[in-house]
Ligand binder design. Structure first.
Ligand SMILES: [Zn+2]
Length: 191
């Protein structure tokens, strides 16, 4: 068994041995959802004070309002009753470090993990890669605040999202742990 798997199972063993939340209902008790980045430095349960059963947390690279993120948000409201949503991007996001073209070129070169330095990303893998990366919109971020505004606007404008759900826009500061509002986003997400 890999070291990672044994560590995860040991941690789960400890968690389950003290677990007493087996009777929680499926709908989130606090009726809200967070769309945020998968970045390992972000812990939504901690930065937003969540316990099991409280809220939906939808995560992807960048915390972007992709079609699949919207799929989850629509389910979150339509079937599970959330009625307030947050879009939370963050400082120093990896999605600011590349473009669609850079990512596609790296993947075309090889599928191995790329390296990054002051001059940007480099592929040092052996290959072969794949041209499939050219057909994906990687939803990279050019301007952090603008990406929050764009995502809130996309969610609010989606035909499957009812008008009475407020969507709040924030940037999590990886340096301080603080959530900083993006007022233009929250304004765009107002009911
Ligand atoms: Zn990120």
């Amino acid at each position: 068994m890999s070291k990672t798997v044994s560590e995860v199972l040991a941690a789960n063993n400890a968690y389950a041995s003290e677990f007493n939340k087996g009777d929680l209902p499926m709908p989130p008790g606090r009726h809200f959802a967070i769309l945020t980045c998968m970045d390992a430095r972000l812990d939504p349960a901690k930065y937003a004070g969540l316990s099991e059963g409280d809220a939906h947390v939808i995560r992807n690279a960048g915390g972007r309002a992709s079609d699949d993120a919207i799929r989850s948000l629509v389910i979150s409201h339509k079937l599970l009753g959330t009625n307030e949503w947050f879009v939370i991007h963050h400082t120093d996001c990896g999605m600011e470090t590349f473009t669609n073209e850079i990512m596609a070129d790296l993947l075309e070169s090889s599928l191995d993990t790329a390296t990054v330095d002051e001059s940007g990303w480099h592929d040092t893998g052996a290959g072969p890669g794949s041209v499939e990366g050219h057909y994906i919109n990687w939803l990279t971020i050019n301007d952090n605040a603008q990406s929050v505004v764009d995502d809130v606007k996309r969610i609010k404008g989606h035909p499957l999202v009812p008008a009475n759900i407020p969507v709040y826009g924030y940037i999590y500061d990886c340096g301080s742990g603080r959530l900083v509002e993006v007022p233009e986003a929250t304004a765009a997400g107002a009911v």
